[in-house]
Design a binder for this molecule. Structure first.
Ligand code: ZN
Length: 237
């Protein structure tokens, strides 16, 4: 589909709109070397009836989100590709003559790629949070805190990288918008170290991908086990 902007002309849209719109006010902006247009429309929000009950979500490093329904959401592939390319360009820039024309060109590419990474990430988070808020009546996530995560460098990098705070922010307002409930699970709750079947606790180093319970013998994917614990968590009185 296309968009017609008075005095500027008609432009092709990257993604088609669901139906035709008329809007009088446009905001045109430029980010990196790309142009964006945003506009407001008057629309009535149709009530959403979530088809599923409760869900527990584990936010992790290997997969961005693991649900107690066994659904897994990974960071989009283009994001990983862009990051690899970013690292290559940064190495390249560091070897080029400082302030040279070529180095400026590389820096320009880097800034465009940064903008692309940000857009892909935001798009991924928006699609995921919309899906969650429209699908589940009750959503439980861990209320990860900054200090606790920053103490663990590996975890800190992965989580800030994928935008946990943006995820939580979007989920919070979309749950309100669509009438779902969001429960923040106590950040000190040992969701990873607890057996979701019998409650037995054991140490779980980051490298261990499976929760093998010595007490009841159950064997579950580490993140799936955590998501079940998050689902079953109840605030203590
Ligand atoms: Zn067990």
């Amino acid at each position: 589909s296309t968009i017609k902007i008075p005095t500027l002309g008609t432009f092709r849209l990257f993604e088609p709109l669901e139906c035709g719109f008329i809007s009088q006010t446009f905001t045109i902006s430029k980010e990196g070397n790309r142009w964006f247009v945003s506009f407001c429309i008057d629309a009535e929000r149709l009530p959403v009836q979530q088809s599923e009950g409760s869900v527990g979500i584990d936010i992790g490093i290997k997969s961005f989100a693991t649900l107690s329904t066994q659904q897994v959401f990974d960071a989009p592939k283009p994001l990983k590709q862009a990051k690899t390319k970013l690292a290559t360009l940064q190495r390249k820039a560091s070897k080029q003559v400082k302030g040279s024309r070529n180095q400026r060109k590389t820096y320009n590419k880097i800034s465009q790629l940064h903008a692309r990474v940000a857009r892909i990430r935001l798009d991924f988070l928006h699609k995921l949070t919309t899906y969650l808020a429209k699908t589940f009546k009750l959503i439980k996530i861990e209320n990860l805190n900054v200090q606790g995560m920053m103490a663990n460098h590996k975890l800190a990098g992965a989580i800030s990288d994928l935008g946990f705070y943006e995820f939580k922010r979007q989920l919070d307002y979309k749950c309100q918008m669509y009438g779902a409930s969001l429960v923040l699970v106590d950040q000190w709750f040992p969701s990873t170290k607890t057996c979701s079947n019998c409650g037995n606790k054991k140490d779980m180093p980051l490298s261990v991908r499976t929760f093998d319970c010595p007490a009841c013998g159950i064997s579950l994917d580490r993140d799936f086990n955590a998501s079940l614990n998050i689902l079953n968590w109840e605030p203590s009185a």
